[in-house]
Write a protein that binds this ligand. Structure first.
Ligand SMILES: C[S@@+](CC[C@H](N)C(=O)[O-])C[C@H]1O[C@@H](n2cnc3c(N)ncnc32)[C@H](O)[C@@H]1O
Length: 269
């Protein structure tokens, strides 16, 4: 990815951070199964030091902080200043003292070699401008024998949470999970494996709130909608809300979803 494009991606995340902050609680609960999967696959337990790369509005750092406890610690990183601010404020609000915050991209982690028991990344690897460089960095800072686990969306077809709005708005770039899997091997990790995780994106929200969430969280959608006149936006909104209707029942939203969890290990010396 050219530098200019990388800067554009980062600028988009900077703008997005206010919305990820606004919807923090909902994002945390919708994607809680994903943090649990990373904790399981990276073998994270009490007392460990764990690195989170691209932590966004705080996950999985906030959840992992409770697992590692006071005898362990979490190092949260994200290149977008607004994301770091949001995550730090949420940790302070919860009185968490075992997380430190760093504004940096995956490709330039300001940590010594062999610093962490494990490194994780939730839904961020696809945004690294150089996936291989980012994964090499994660491997470098993990201790020999330590795990690296990251998680990306599976194909758009099995993720109606994304697919439906995208099809109506007609633009989305799906993650290419195979590449990221291969990159972890190429970066030098051992025992690389990938598993598909099916889960349900559920929350007690209305279809109106879903529209707000999806269109605000995505830079692409925000930009696209900003170019349209109110009548066009209203027509798109109506079409989307009709198309997702079957995923909303009296109790709220229920989307079947799939992600890929990729895990490897740093070779022991
Ligand atoms: C989809 S969000 C995921 C945030 C969070 N991990 C979660 O699951 O809720 C993607 C995150 O990747 C971050 N990101 C973008 N470029 C990155 C890079 N080069 N290195 C690390 N993170 C990056 C963005 O700032 C954003 O916070």
């Amino acid at each position: 990815m050219a530098n200019e494009t990388a800067n554009e991606v980062l600028a988009a995340w900077e703008t997005s951070s206010q919305y990820w902050n606004k919807h923090q609680a909902l994002i945390e609960s919708m994607f809680a199964p994903l943090s649990r999967a990373l904790i399981e696959d990276a073998h994270i337990v009490s007392g460990q030091t764990v690195l989170d790369v691209g932590g966004g509005s705080g996950e999985p750092s906030l959840t992992i902080a409770a697992i590692v406890g006071e005898s362990g610690c979490v190092t949260y990183t994200d290149p977008a200043a607004g994301m770091v601010r949001a995550a730090r404020a949420e940790a302070a609000r919860r009185g968490l003292t075992n997380i430190s915050f760093h504004q940096c991209p995956a490709e330039q982690l300001p940590f010594a070699d062999n610093s962490f028991d494990a490194a994780v990344s939730r839904l961020s690897v696809m945004f690294f401008p150089d996936v291989l460089a980012g994964q090499r960095e994660m491997l470098r800072v993990v201790k020999p024998g330590g795990y690296i686990s990251f998680l990306v969306w599976a194909a758009r077809e099995v993720n109606p949470f994304f697919k439906v709005v995208t099809e109506v708005l007609d633009r989305f770039v799906p993650a290419d999970a195979e590449d990221e899997d291969a990159a972890l091997r190429e970066a030098g990790a051992a025992d690389v494996r990938e598993r598909e995780l099916a889960f349900t994106i559920e929350a007690p929200i209305t279809v109106e709130r879903f529209w707000e969430l999806r269109t605000e969280m995505s830079d692409t959608f925000r930009k696209k909608l900003a170019k349209l006149v109110p009548d066009q936006v209203a027509a798109i909104k109506y079409t989307v809300q009709k198309a997702v209707g079957s995923y909303f029942k009296a109790g709220g939203m229920n989307f079947p979803a799939k992600v890929l969890v990729v895990t490897g290990r740093k070779l022991a010396d």
